[in-house]
Write a protein that binds this ligand. Structure first.
Ligand SMILES: Cc1cc2nc3c(=O)[nH]c(=O)nc-3n(C[C@H](O)[C@H](O)[C@H](O)COP(=O)(O)OP(=O)(O)OC[C@H]3O[C@@H](n4cnc5c(N)ncnc54)[C@H](O)[C@@H]3O)c2cc1C
Length: 400
């Protein structure tokens, strides 16, 4: 009788996730929630050693704790993923292979691009606020105001900024900080939005206006900033000039170049409702690297969830992958009670987002400032995890 050798065990499919930020971790957790490492190999390819959590960095200039971060090795142990140190350089879609900037090649069955975006200065002469590493500069600026015996301070969300919430938090916290130190100052928000926090709908706009008013913060809405003049004043594109001694500006987010993939005309990756990159079978994208008009952590997580579902479906493990249906959630922190904001946006690709707001009770809020179905409970479950204030923020002075 002829002998037959047993079929070799099928190879475990490999998902490579490029990036180790918010979308990448959410996707890894979503994939692991469905398949263990005997059925799916997950590799995080990224240059960073730690996962950083940006949203609480707005508290740092005012004495808040140093921004929270987690060694990726701890995440890898918890979740059962491999870490590969490197930078995605180019994708060979047909060969299901990628090349890193270090010249290595990695094969994949599915590739999720979650490489975020570059935060570039948006306004020459202004202090940028891109997160924790700019906290000292804001604290210095507040000290300069104190030394000068007061002055005018403007916080700017330029035209290309889609997630403006941090600028409102900084303005409100700065106004409280200066008042409590007895420093006479005029604080203003200058934003391209027609109404403050317009993406959240009319109720949120009313909340934002009321808080700005109560803190004596002037609002210049619908203001497109053209630049700063030689005296540091803000020039608007309608010819108006706003006086300011110090200007803080949100950065402009620029795409990171990755070879082998088609992008939109700005360089961001287009995706469909399942976070698949059109024309690139086996490639998915989530987060700030995509052409999603609002670059925000919660939306990045929702895209990551859609991508995880689509990956599992395409690998034959899931019948009906859930599409990306964006819901925007944000917490506005200040020395008042936090404002919990939520709106449903029109589906991706349907033109400018339209907010359909939903009132939220704090009790019903998923834990954490960045809301991810898997990331929020994972971070909240860590003893050393980031803690979003649930009450009024105590505004102090940054220790240095
Ligand atoms: C001050 C501030 C406050 C914010 N507040 C909030 C908030 O309250 N709520 C909210 O939801 N969002 C908030 N955001 C926005 C949120 O942080 C981002 O939208 C979110 O981090 C985007 O996630 P991402 O995974 O796309 O990118 P990131 O989190 O930036 O991660 C990108 C990852 O890709 C890696 N990488 C880069 N290039 C490559 C490459 N070529 N190959 C491999 N890896 C690469 C990076 O090292 C990093 O690990 C805030 C942002 C800032 C700056």
């Amino acid at each position: 009788m002829p002998t037959t050798s047993p079929d070799p065990a099928p190879a475990v499919p490999r998902v490579v996730i490029a990036g180790a930020g918010i979308a990448a971790l959410e996707a890894a957790l979503a994939l692991r929630a469905r398949l263990d490492d005997r059925h799916l190999r997950i590799t995080l390819l990224a240059p960073n050693e730690r996962f950083r959590y940006p949203p609480l960095s707005v508290l740092e200039p005012f004495g808040g704790e140093r921004s929270w971060s987690l060694p990726l090795t701890a995440f890898a142990d918890d979740v059962g993923v491999e870490l590969h140190h490197g930078v995605l350089h180019e994708v060979d879609v047909a060969g299901r292979t990628l090349r890193t900037s270090e010249g290595e090649r990695l094969d994949y069955d599915a590739l999720l691009i979650a490489t975020g975006a570059r935060a570039d200065r948006s306004l020459d002469g202004a202090v940028p606020f891109r997160g924790a590493h700019d906290a000292d500069r804001i604290a210095d600026l507040l000290d300069d105001l104190a030394e000068a015996g007061g002055g005018r301070l403007a916080f700017v969300a330029p035209g290309e900024v889609s997630w403006s919430l941090p600028i409102y938090e900084l303005a409100l916290l700065a106004a409280t900080h200066l008042r409590e130190r007895g420093i006479p100052a005029e604080v203003a928000v200058v934003t391209h939005e027609v109404d403050p926090l317009a993406v959240f709908g009319t109720e949120a706009q009313a909340v934002a206006r009321a808080r700005l008013d109560a803190h004596g913060v002037a609002l210049h809405a619908g203001a497109l900033v053209a630049g700063l003049d030689d005296a540091g004043r803000i020039e608007l594109d309608d010819g108006r000039v706003l006086a300011a001694d110090h200007v803080v500006a949100m950065p402009t987010l620029r795409p990171r170049a990755i070879g082998g993939l088609r992008t939109d005309d700005r360089g961001f990756l287009p995706i469909d409702d399942h976070a698949r990159v059109p024309g690139a079978p086996g490639v998915y994208a989530a987060g700030d690297a995509t052409d999603e008009p609002i670059k925000q952590g919660g939306l990045a997580c929702q895209q990551a969830d859609a991508a995880a579902d689509a990956i599992l479906a395409d690998l034959g493990h899931l019948l009906r992958p859930a599409p990306y249906r964006p819901v925007l959630r944000g917490i506005l922190l200040s020395d008042d009670e936090p404002a919990y904001l939520r709106s449903t946006l029109v589906p991706h690709g349907g033109g400018p987002p339209v907010a359909r707001q939903t009132p939220v009770a704090p009790r019903a809020w998923p834990r954490g400032k960045v809301v991810g179905r898997h990331l929020s409970p994972y971070l909240a479950g860590r003893e050393d995890g980031p803690r979003t204030p649930t009450g009024a923020v105590r505004v102090g002075v940054r220790p240095r």
